[in-house]
Design a protein around this ligand. Structure first.
Ligand SMILES: O=C(O)CCC(=O)C(=O)O
Length: 290
């Protein structure tokens, strides 16, 4: 990338909270991710099927299997994979090839060193996968870092029909007069918006605040990367197509805050049902009374 392009992306990222990087990964990386996705998707499906056929619950299963891939089902079907997590912990190519590449990319665009905080693949199978408007930060605040950057890598084209992401345009300007808690971050004070607590809407940004933002769909091609910070609100609709809309999400925190990857996944294995891990997601546990 040219310096002028990088500078433009940097300021857009700070202003909007997200940027789109078309075809940011090369063919070899795309092939690696396709291979990993097939392997891990198969494993997560096996896990859901086995736990169900053994009449176990996932919460007990993960407390006893602390290094296993985490498979999370859709709320309306306990054998349909919504997402799987702990990719770096489970896959060598993710650890040695993909994560270092993303660290390099994020460094180039933020001038800061980041370490991996968490990682997941949203399977977004036909008929599933709607994520309500939310800010990721409220799902992460049990750990020290107060600012994160996520690289979303699309493995399939993301379209209006299959549930692409939506982000608001200039939300900070639109919400400038909103009285809300603001957190100091490396890119200035960022707002934490009021959300619903408990029940089926746990973690969703309150409707009257959603209505003040100008949401736009971000369609993407397989191989595109969208970088977004942990404060920018976002959502996606149900997949109404007949095919999956897979996307991997690698979330990083500044290196200077420390490395929490294993601590995060230790907690997630031990507390699978904790609502913190089911913010605005279409997963089985988020839709239970909390
Ligand atoms: O995969 C999607 O469509 C939305 C992802 C998301 O917002 C999340 O996992 O927090």
């Amino acid at each position: 990338m040219k310096n002028s392009q990088i500078n433009e992306l940097k300021s857009s990222f700070i202003q909007q909270g997200y940027i789109v990087l078309p075809q940011a990964l090369g063919d070899a990386d795309k092939a690696t991710l396709e291979h990993v996705s097939q392997e891990l998707s198969k494993r997560s499906q096996e896990l859901l099927t086995t736990v169900k056929s053994n009449n176990q619950n996932l919460s007990d299963f993960y407390r006893e299997n602390l290094s296993e891939l985490i498979a999370v089902p859709e709320f309306d079907n306990d054998e349909k994979v919504c997402r799987y997590e702990y990719l770096k912990g489970y896959s060598q190519p993710i650890k040695t090839l993909i994560v270092p590449k993303l660290q390099q990319l994020i460094r180039q665009l933020t001038d800061t060193d980041f370490v991996l905080f968490k990682d997941k693949c949203n399977a977004k199978n036909p008929g599933g996968g709607a994520f309500e408007p939310h800010q990721d930060i409220i799902a992460y605040d049990q750990f020290k870092p107060a600012y994160h950057v996520t690289a979303a890598i699309f493995l399939d084209d993301a379209t209006l029909e299959n549930g692409c992401l939506y982000f608001p345009q200039n939300y900070q300007q639109d919400l400038a007069n909103l009285e809300t808690h603001r957190v100091p971050t490396p890119v200035g004070d960022l707002p934490v918006l009021q959300s619903y607590e408990g029940g089926t809407t746990h973690g969703n940004i309150r409707q009257e605040i959603c209505d003040q933002m100008n949401w736009i769909p971000i369609t993407a091609k397989a191989g595109d990367v969208v970088l977004f910070d942990s404060y920018v609100p976002h959502y996606s609709k149900k997949n109404k197509s007949q095919l999956t809309r897979r996307a991997m999400f690698f979330t990083f925190n500044p290196h200077s805050d420390g490395d929490f990857y294993e601590a995060y996944y230790d907690m997630k294995h031990r507390e699978f049902d904790n609502p913190k891990f089911h913010v605005a997601t279409p997963t089985a546990h988020s839709k239970r009374g909390l």
